[in-house]
Design a protein around this ligand. Structure first.
Ligand code: DX5
Ligand code: ZN
Length: 214
């Protein structure tokens, strides 16, 4: 079962509530919120206060993607703001097991993201503890970038490992996902698709969402 998570980074922030209602009507599964700190990635977005405001506009689960240094310090405030999924970047975690345990202690779903150049083997020891493995298909920082095709083999590798070890971890992809690249990532084993520009820069959100799903 494929899940679609629109990334609000590409939405019109002057009308964020309307944008949320529009994707809600198309039957999406999660709302993806990109948190960037200007250190881990070369861009700055928003923090817990905006996550809380978004949470008040919707009943959809919030999939909070932390692209920040020192995530441990912010876990609690994002949970309190309404995060249902909290994903940290492996490259920003010096003690990944501790960070994951901390997130789990708040009873929210936990994810771990790998940049395109990070090998799958880095996450193997901890995969069974994750609800979600996010394989970045662009270098994080901006919406509207080109899909990096070499990540496909990492998706297949992760799928194989998850099946062999009978794990429940879901594979999520994020970056440059559109109906064409969606076909490739689904074939490789991804089941949660994040899409920003493909949805919010289109004329017909529901049509794109349907195309991503099928
Ligand atoms: C990239 C973010 C993505 C981004 C996806 O750093 O994590 O969620 O908004 O946007 P598109 O789908 O336009 O690549
Ligand atoms: Zn993201």
């Amino acid at each position: 079962m494929i899940k679609i998570a629109p990334s609000l980074l590409s939405a019109d922030f002057r009308n964020i509530e309307k944008e949320i209602k529009k994707v809600e009507k198309c039957g999406v599964d999660l709302l993806h919120l990109d948190i960037m700190d200007g250190h881990f990635v070369p861009n700055i977005t928003f923090g817990p206060m905006i996550v809380k405001a978004i949470n008040e506009c919707t009943k959809l689960p919030l999939d909070v993607h932390l692209m920040i240094e020192n995530p441990d310090s912010y876990v609690e405030s994002f949970v309190k703001s309404g995060a249902d999924y909290l994903t940290v970047s492996i490259e920003a975690c010096r003690h990944l097991h501790r960070t994951i345990s901390l997130i789990k202690s708040f009873n929210v779903k936990v994810g771990c993201a790998l940049n395109p150049a990070t090998s799958f083997c880095m996450v193997k020891p901890i995969l069974k503890d994750l609800d979600l493995l996010l394989l970045m298909t662009v270098n994080p920082g901006f919406g509207g970038q080109k899909f990096i095709e070499s990540v496909l083999s990492k998706i297949s590798q992760a799928k194989k490992f998850i099946e062999e070890h009978k794990l429940k971890t879901k594979i999520q992809v994020d970056g440059g996902i559109n109906p064409q690249t969606a076909r490739l990532v689904k074939k490789a084993g991804a089941t949660i698709l994040v899409a920003g520009d493909a949805i919010f820069k289109s004329k017909n959100y529901c049509k794109v969402i349907q195309d991503l799903r099928k």
